[in-house]
Design a protein around this ligand. Structure first.
Ligand SMILES: Nc1nc2c(ncn2[C@@H]2O[C@H](COP(=O)(O)OP(=O)(O)OP(=O)(O)O)[C@@H](O)[C@H]2O)c(=O)[nH]1
Length: 308
């Protein structure tokens, strides 16, 4: 490097002094090889934020290039797992001696999983938005995995109201017809006159964040998705034949849910999981009755843990 190049970060002091909570780079685009438990290591296209604090009030700035090159080393020659994330955070701080003692990094990407249809056994891709965040704050390490899972929710109130209309239509049709037999009723039930009303359903999103610990080195992406989808029973589908669609209709009818029901189901399922130190859940029902969403939030509720 030519010796004559000015080095503002090292040789200039700040015009206005002050410490800063985070300084770094947002939205760095890079491929990352992700280690996900029980899956082959997979390349994803990630957007990365990388930060350190600036604890020296007189220092002009941090060394952005050092953060970038540490990230580039991970992207080019390593895999993203728990241990390498911790090493990266340590590297952010040790490359900024005297300037920084806190570090934060966040990887955002879509993780594709092969998911099986309900009955036909066909397979299809589903993309799950994943965010992996590492923080080293005052020596305290936090590694977080966040995933969005989409599913269908059918309104229990709307279902009850629809059933009432169906009962009324049945009474109107058959109360004066003493000669109606099972075959007549069976045929009538197969018409839109018989099922005169249908409850509304909505595409819904469960947002979940979990705190990981050193017991997991590969990120438990599939485990977490399975836990959520098994608890809800109505995840959106990939490959769908008619038999799958019919089963989906049955599952929706047998798993009617307000956003409160969905949150409690997931709360219960997550409380049974020993893998995670803490969890935070936000349920969003993107209503078809309203133009606004029905929302509920729940956390594990541990002292010093996630806040709602
Ligand atoms: N700190 C800081 N750097 C910035 C910013 N915007 C662009 N940069 C540039 O990031 C580049 C890399 O900075 P450094 O890491 O200090 O680069 P360097 O001096 O060649 O690297 P070292 O010798 O390791 O310090 C510099 O050219 C800065 O001008 C900013 O807002 N803050």
């Amino acid at each position: 490097m030519p010796t004559s190049m000015p080095d503002i970060a090292n040789h200039t002091t700040a015009q206005t002094e002050g410490t800063l909570d985070w300084v770094g780079m947002g939205n760095i685009e890079m491929p990352v090889m992700v280690a996900s438990k029980d899956e082959a290591e997979r390349m994803v296209s990630a957007h990365v934020d990388a930060f350190v604090n600036l604890k020296e009030p007189k220092a002009k700035g941090i060394h952005m290039s050092r953060l970038y090159l540490l990230l580039d080393e991970l992207s080019s020659n390593q895999i993203l797992n728990y241990q390498n994330l911790v090493t990266l955070l340590d590297g952010f701080i040790s490359s900024h001696q005297d300037l920084s003692d806190n570090a934060k990094v966040q990887f955002r990407f879509d993780y594709h999983l092969r998911r099986k249809s309900l009955i036909s056994g066909k397979l299809g891709w589903k993309a799950y938005p994943v965010v992996i965040t590492g923080r080293l704050n005052q020596g305290v390490l936090e590694i977080e995995l966040a995933i969005d899972v989409r599913y269908s929710s059918t309104c229990p109130c709307s279902a009850a109201l629809a059933r009432q209309l169906i009962q009324k239509a049945f009474t109107d049709k058959f109360s004066d017809n003493g000669e109606a037999n099972l075959a007549d009723i069976h045929e009538w039930l197969g018409t839109t006159e018989g099922i005169v009303a249908t409850p509304h359903s909505q595409r819904s999103v469960a947002e979940i964040k979990v705190k990981l610990n050193q017991k997991v080195n590969d990120f438990p992406i599939t485990d977490l998705v399975d836990t959520i989808e098994d608890a809800l029973q109505t995840p959106v589908q990939a490959a769908v034949k008619r038999e799958d669609e019919q089963e989906f209709a049955r599952l929706n009818g047998q798993n009617l849910m307000f956003c409160e029901d969905a949150a409690r189901r997931l709360q219960h399922a997550m409380n049974l999981e020993a893998t995670y130190d803490d969890f935070w859940l936000k349920i969003n029902h993107l209503e078809s009755l309203h133009a606004h969403d029905a929302v509920s939030v729940v956390t594990k509720g541990i002292t010093g843990g996630y806040q709602a």
